[in-house]
Design a protein around this ligand. Structure first.
Ligand code: CP
Length: 309
C-alpha cells in the first residue's frame, strides 16, 4: 500500500484528503474481516501494541483492543491508576520504558492536549491518539465519516450538523477538520456559551437556533454535555438544555426523514438525546461502534507498513 508515510496518527488536522480517503478505503476492506467466521488476519503478527489509557474509556479502548486482536498483534493494556504514573513517573519515562521492551505502537488517551505530539517526537514507536483533552479524537471522526460515507455514498456536498457541547469536544474538532477536508458543509450548533464563534473563520456555520441547524441537515451528530471538563455553568439547567437543544420527538420534526442521527457515546439519555430517537430508525449509533473496529484496523495496518519501510 502506498500513500501513507506517517508513523503516528495524532490529529485529523495534519492529514490531507487523500490520506483520509486511504484510511476509509482500507477500512472498507477490513470491515469484511469482522463478518467472517474467523475474524482474524495476520497483518500485525509479531507486532506489539500497548494501550495506555490515562482517561476513562469504554468504546475506544475495547474497539482498539479488538482491532489489534483481529490483526493478530500482541497486546498489553495499561490503566493509569495501576501504573507507575501514580508514583510520579513522567509520561516520557513511562513511554521510554515501554519502548525499551520493543513495543511497536502506543495507543494513548490523555487529558493533556499535545501529549501525543510530545511523545511522538521523542520515541520511535508509532503513537496513535485515542483522545487528548478537548483537542482531537481522530479515530472517532474517521469512524463517524466512514459511517456517513457508507450510508450516504459520499461526503462532498452533504450538510452535517454537530450539535451540543462543541467547546469541550475533541470529537467535534476532529469531525470538523475531516468533514471540511472532504468537502462537506458543516454547521455547529448549541447554546452560544458552548459553541465558539471562532469556527466561522474556518468555514463552519455557527448556529444557536435548533430548527435552523436541523432544517437542511443530512446528518446530525450529537455531543454530550461534558460535565467533567466544565468549570462553570454554561446554561441554566439540564432540563432547559434538553428542551431547547435536545433531540427528542418534538425537535425531530425539524429533521428530514432520511437524515442520520449519530452520537459518539457515551449518551446522556434524556439530555442531548431522547431514547426514542437514540433507539429509533434514523439512529446509526451502534453502526458507528461496529465501524470503529475496521477504521482502527486500517490505521494500525497503514502505520505498521510505514514503520516497516
Ligand atoms: N466515543 C468515545 O470516545 O467513547 P469512550 O470514551 O467510551 O471511549
Amino acid at each position: 500500500m502506498t500513500g501513507w508515510n506517517r508513523k503516528d496518527l495524532i490529529a485529523i488536522y495534519d492529514l490531507d484528503p487523500e490520506e483520509i480517503n486511504l484510511i476509509l478505503d482500507t477500512a472498507e476492506e477490513f470491515k469484511k474481516v469482522s463478518g467472517r467466521r474467523i475474524k482474524k488476519v495476520p497483518a500485525l503478527r509479531g507486532k506489539t501494541v500497548v494501550n495506555l489509557f490515562v482517561e476513562p474509556s469504554t468504546r475506544t479502548r475495547t474497539s482498539f483492543e479488538l482491532a489489534e486482536q483481529r490483526l493478530s498483534a500482541d497486546i498489553i493494556n495499561i490503566a493509569a491508576a495501576s501504573s507507575s504514573l501514580t508514583k510520579g513517573e513522567t509520561l516520557l519515562d513511562t513511554a521510554r520504558n515501554i519502548e525499551a521492551m520493543q513495543v511497536d505502537f502506543i495507543v494513548m488517551r490523555h487529558s493533556a492536549v499535545g501529549a501525543h505530539y510530545f511523545l511522538a517526537d521523542r520515541i520511535r514507536c508509532g503513537v496513535i491518539n485515542a483522545g487528548d483533552g478537548a483537542h482531537e479524537h481522530p479515530t472517532q471522526a474517521l469512524l463517524d465519516i466512514f459511517t456517513i460515507r457508507e450510508k450516504k455514498g459520499r461526503i462532498k456536498g452533504l450538510n452535517v450538523t454537530i450539535l451540543g457541547d462543541i467547546l469541550h469536544s475533541r470529537v467535534a474538532r476532529s469531525n470538523i477538520w475531516g468533514l471540511l477536508k472532504l468537502g462537506a458543509n458543516v454547521t455547529v450548533a448549541g447554546p452560544s456559551t458552548l459553541v465558539p464563534h471562532e469556527f466561522d473563520s474556518i468555514g463552519v456555520r455557527v448556529c444557536d437556533n435548533l430548527p435552523d441547524a436541523l432544517e437542511d441537515a443530512d446528518v446530525v451528530n450529537l455531543l454530550r454535555i461534558q460535565h467533567e471538563r466544565q468549570r462553570a455553568a454554561f446554561f441554566p439547567s439540564i432540563g432547559e438544555y434538553a428542551s431547547v437543544f435536545g433531540l427528542n420527538p418534538k425537535t425531530m420534526r425539524h429533521l428530514k426523514p432520511g437524515a442520520l442521527v449519530m452520537h459518539p457515546g457515551p449518551i446522556n439519555r434524556g439530555v442531548e438525546l431522547d431514547s426514542k430517537i437514540a433507539d429509533g430508525p434514523q439512529s446509526v449509533i451502534l453502526e458507528q461502534v461496529t465501524n470503529g473496529i475496521a477504521v482502527r484496523m486500517a490505521v494500525l495496518y497503514l502505520i505498521s507498513n510505514a514503520l516497516s519501510r
